[in-house]
Design a protein around this ligand. Structure first.
Ligand SMILES: Cc1cc2nc3c(=O)[nH]c(=O)nc-3n(C[C@H](O)[C@H](O)[C@H](O)COP(=O)(O)OP(=O)(O)OC[C@H]3O[C@@H](n4cnc5c(N)ncnc54)[C@H](O)[C@@H]3O)c2cc1C
Ligand code: SF4
Length: 634
């Protein structure tokens, strides 16, 4: 079969079957183009049970645990990425002791700070996403002309609006259109989301009541720098690709807070859905366990073929090599693997800096939304552990004149209690009160909160009462901080470390700029305001050996801050009008090679604060239309 596939001249070859790859394949398949997808990960199992059973039996319930490749070996140690054919970063390899350890962490990190985000290798991309489907705000596309910072996108909100609508239709979004009109976000007349919004949780309601019971004063909110008095900070529902009612043969959300890493009933959209539709067009062929490693450029700077290595599941060993020939090539391999593939492709020295890289911009401007997470106990019962992980947030503070000086932030309100922050509640707190321990910090008074031993060791009714009293009051929220595009935040190739197929692993250098850190400072002040208004007892803890920890002087106090990765990986193949300063044009087409497209959030020139996937989906649909409308005859 491999031989047959390699003999065909395909209309379009796509590398990667995540959101971007699946959406484009489906559109091209509907347009009767002959498409092949080359995917590094395993094929999609016939149903979700295979993922579910891997998740149930996983000792570490991390975002990657339902999916391949395996994280731990039979010896229960982390598998050495040098032996894995298609590796990935995982949450368990981002700790103080191993984020720079190449035998445990797939990404080779040179620092100075840890890059904290992960991605997946299962066909269909990151099924472990949460489903949040925010649009970027109009000013997010024009940071240079509006605020004198960074660069403008070559595309405006109004150009993308129609593609946002198409993307929302494909993913199926639950939201209230009127509630989503803020920060100048507008919709076409009469437009509505596909399903009604998911109701606000009881936690969301308490945050809103507490913040807005009385009008806020200038003294309280002046630090925000919004350019106008802020008397109210609304809590708004977050649009989500999660069914609030049956949609396209999938059920409505049952509200059991497991969206990351997997929705057992597929109420949450994931790209396997579009991928199946694509294959059902009859025009799309899928080749799993096939890692693209070389993009071959021929005459007239056109790409002629992409070479791949295939491996077997059990051993991860290479079983075959091949080459796909096509008229058009689309690289949809995500923000780290796309530049890696481009940089590996030097064409015997004819593209010495890699393919599509005359500008030397490939791999640069790596961004995330560093996520500052805080938690506490509420004075009132707010009943977490129900509903999707996030139903609401604070978005109105994402844009304003302050962006001349500091990064913006968006606030996510969690519905999962302390599950994420203490390493697996409700289990951790329960074990604390059963065994007289204090990992959660709640089994000891304030002055001994850091001690490992707890005060109480309970069972029976006393235990149940104590747990009910604690669990019903757990609160956590997070601040997604806008990150500046910085040339030296960068993906390159490791010269020392290879993967199981002998290919160089991605090397990352990463830091936070002063502008981004000033965004953290504002977020910390917002945390103080929020916690005071809610009357929360603050349990936020930042370990001394946390590699993401840093300190800032805030209002006369030395404050420790930290971050995790949000999984919102952007930059590295910047979009722009100027071929000297960017890698692709507004259709995500390479400036250097007219039959090569690089798609996904790698093309974002700036990162804003909204989760990236809806925007990358909108851009992908625009790219698919552009491919369908372009004559690629040579
Ligand atoms: C925990 C978590 C939660 C998230 N939640 C949200 C959210 O709520 N909202 C949101 O907007 N975003 C969210 N994201 C981000 C979202 O998952 C990404 O934006 C999205 O997956 C990117 O899609 P993509 O198609 O560009 O890449 P991916 O989904 O990463 O797909 C790329 C595919 O390419 C394949 N590939 C890579 N290299 C090769 C190669 N050389 N050859 C062949 N195939 C290759 C990979 O195996 C993979 O299948 C979250 C991320 C994480 C980690
Ligand atoms: S809350 Fe449960 S049913 Fe709803 S989307 Fe999340 S995992 Fe699926």
């Amino acid at each position: 079969m491999a031989g047959e596939i390699d003999k065909i001249l395909w209309d379009v070859a796509i590398v990667g079957s995540g959101f971007a790859g699946a959406l484009i394949a489906n559109e091209l398949g509907k347009g009767r183009r002959r498409v092949i997808i080359v995917e590094a990960g395993e094929g999609i199992p016939p149903n979700i049970n295979k993922y579910m059973s891997r998740f149930y039996s996983a000792t570490a319930k991390v975002p990657e645990s339902p999916y391949t490749p395996e994280i731990f070996g039979r010896d229960r140690k982390l598998i050495d990425p040098a032996t894995v054919a298609a590796g990935r970063p995982t949450v368990v390899s981002l700790g103080a002791k191993n984020w720079r350890e190449p035998k445990e962490a797939y990404l080779i990190q040179t620092g100075p700070r840890p890059f904290g985000s992960t991605y997946d290798r299962v066909a269909g991309g990151t099924s472990h996403w949460l489903g949040t489907c925010l649009r970027f705000a109009p000013n997010d596309f024009k940071m240079k002309s509006q605020y004198g910072r960074f660069v403008d996108w070559p595309i405006k909100y109004k150009d993308l609006n129609v593609w946002y609508e198409e993307a929302e239709k494909e993913l199926g979004v639950s939201a209230d259109v009127d509630e989503q009109r803020y920060c100048d976000i507008e919709f076409s007349p009469g437009y509505n989301y596909q399903m009604p919004k998911i109701p606000n949780s009881t936690t969301d309601q308490y945050v809103n009541e507490s913040l807005n019971k009385d009008p806020l004063t200038e003294v309280e909110t002046g630090f925000l720098g919004m350019g106008k008095p802020v008397t109210k900070i609304p809590v708004r529902g977050v649009p989500a690709a999660r069914n609030s009612a049956p949609y396209r043969n999938r059920r409505a959300c049952a509200g059991n807070t497991n969206c990351i890493p997997i929705c057992p009933i597929q109420a949450k959209y994931d790209p396997t859905i579009t991928l199946n539709d694509a294959r059902n067009t009859g025009s799309v062929t899928f080749k799993e366990r096939s890692v693209a490693y070389d993009i071959v450029v021929g005459a007239n700077d056109l790409v002629t073929e992409i070479k791949y290595k295939r491996y077997e599941t059990e051993t991860g060993k290479e079983t075959e090599r091949g080459s796909i020939k096509a008229k058009v090539f689309v690289i949809a391999a995500n923000t780290i693997e796309t530049p890696r593939l481009l940089l590996m492709s030097t064409n015997g020295g004819r593209t010495p800096r890699g393919v599509a890289n005359r500008s030397d911009m490939v791999g640069r401007n790596l961004m995330d939304h560093p996520y500052y997470v805080v938690w506490g106990l509420s004075p009132k019962k707010i009943y977490p552990y129900r509903g999707p992980l996030i139903t609401s947030g604070i978005g109105d503070l994402c844009d304003g004149p302050f962006r001349r000086e500091r990064a913006a932030f968006r606030v996510d309100i969690g519905n999962e209690g302390w599950n994420f922050v203490v390493g697996g509640d409700p289990n951790v707190t329960t074990l604390d009160f059963v065994n007289g321990l204090n990992k959660s910090g709640v089994n000891a008074p304030l002055e001994r909160r850091d001690s490992r031993l707890g005060d109480e060791e309970l069972f029976g009714k006393q235990l149940i009462d104590r747990l009910n009293e604690k669990f019903t009051r757990q609160f956590r929220c997070g601040f997604l901080i806008e990150q500046t595009p910085d040339r030296d935040n960068r993906v390159t190739l490791s010269s020392d470390h290879k993967d199981g197929l002998g290919l160089p692993r991605p090397q990352i250098s990463y830091n936070l700029s002063d502008y981004t850190r000033r965004g953290f400072v504002a977020a910390h002040r917002m945390k103080k305001l929020l916690f005071r208004k809610m009357g929360l007892d603050d349990f936020t803890k930042i370990d001394n050996d946390d590699p993401t920890r840093f300190e800032e002087e805030i209002d006369g106090e030395r404050v420790a801050l930290n971050y995790t990765g949000a999984g919102h990986i952007m930059g590295t193949c910047r979009m722009g009008d100027d071929p000297k300063q960017s890698v692709v044009d507004k259709f995500q087409r390479s400036h250097d090679h007219k039959n090569l497209y690089l798609v996904g959030s790698s093309t974002f020139p700036t990162g804003a604060t909204a989760n990236p996937t809806l925007t990358l989906a909108a851009l992908s649909l625009q790219t698919a239309r552009h491919i369908l409308d372009t004559d690629f005859r040579r």
